[in-house]
Design a protein around this ligand. Structure first.
Ligand code: GLU
Length: 307
């Protein structure tokens, strides 16, 4: 049964609080909000704080999202508050014989000959069928194991509003890292289901993760969400925008006299939802938004944008 079955359908934005959001992140958040609001969904924010976090970054991110006009359900979820939920699911998969311990280092995986017919970059299967004795030997080295899913398929197809049916690799991916932290691919699936999220809008750098996540969701009996993997924002060199690209956060831009309202206007223009120089607000954009009219190519953002 879907844990979130009785919850209202929702969309979400799930930032990692590792620093300030840049214009690319804000644009993805705007799109996630527009998709949710124009399809009668509620909108949630989830802080994906299992990895490296910066103290106070969550607060700053929420302030920035509010500054460009987003609103969301009052309770913001933090993954570090939900560790027992992930543990329960990992144990359930283990008890079902769907996991195995993996002692490989990253290097061993890269250097291992790939299994015949295995897709490029897929886990080579080194620890999949260790005997009890081999496993005991590996435990004795003191290196703690990661937990991998024992995948029974090599590919899975997801439906994406912008990319159509997308088939991608599913390998024996990590569901718990060897420091005991639940892996992103597991946490995202558990949380989306638990929060009633049936629409996942995020950057298209994550499209290749969607088949693994949707496969895991199907194993757990959850309905897969509808996906929309949206184009990224790139810098003048056509490389993914990052903090190194100068003034790309609301704080930096405001020091150059660019207000949050103007940033929203530029984002809207990049989405072909506003004309040059036209000031807009998010509520107004819901009237114009049509997913099939969205640009499919990345937005190339140069410092000239703000002149
Ligand atoms: N936390 C991820 C990120 O900031 C997004 C994960 C997701 O949307 O599924 O890149």
């Amino acid at each position: 049964m879907d844990p979130g079955q009785s919850l209202p359908p929702a969309g979400r934005f799930a930032p990692s609080p590792s620093g300030e959001l840049h214009v690319g992140n804000l644009r993805t958040a705007v799109l996630a909000w527009l998709f949710a609001r124009t399809t009668g969904r509620s909108f949630l924010i989830r802080m994906e704080d299992l990895d490296r976090t910066v103290v106070g970054a969550d607060r700053q991110q929420l302030d920035d999202l509010a500054a460009i006009g987003l609103d969301w359900e009052p309770e913001v979820a933090y993954q570090t508050d939900r560790l027992t939920n992930y543990q329960t699911v990992i144990e359930h998969l283990r008890d079902d014989g769907r996991t195995f311990e993996c002692f490989c280092t990253r290097r061993e995986i890269l250097e291992a000959p790939s299994a015949p017919h295995a897709p490029q970059g897929a886990y080579p299967g080194t620890c999949r069928d260790l005997t009890d004795a081999e496993r005991a030997e590996r435990h004795a080295t003191g290196r703690p194991p990661a937990i991998r899913l024992r995948a029974e398929i090599a590919h899975f197809t997801v439906r994406d509003i912008l990319h159509g049916d997308h088939t991608g690799v599913v390998d024996d991916f990590v569901i718990q890292r060897n420091d005991g932290t639940p892996a992103y691919n597991l946490a995202v699936v558990v949380d989306d289901a638990a929060q009633g999220i049936d629409q996942v809008v995020r950057g298209d750098d994550l499209l290749s993760s969607a088949p693994r996540q949707a496969y895991l969701a199907s194993l757990l009996g959850y309905s897969p969400p509808t996906y929309a993997h949206v184009p990224m924002v790139l810098n003048a060199k056509h490389i993914r925008l990052s903090k190194r690209d100068g003034a790309v956060t609301l704080t930096d831009l405001s020091e150059h006299g660019v207000t949050a309202a103007r940033v929203l206007t530029h984002i809207a223009r990049s989405l072909r939802l506003a004309g040059p120089g036209e000031m807009v607000d998010l509520a107004g954009l819901t009237e114009r938004f049509r997913s099939d009219a969205l640009p499919r190519e990345p937005w190339i953002l140069t410092p000239d944008e703000w002149k």
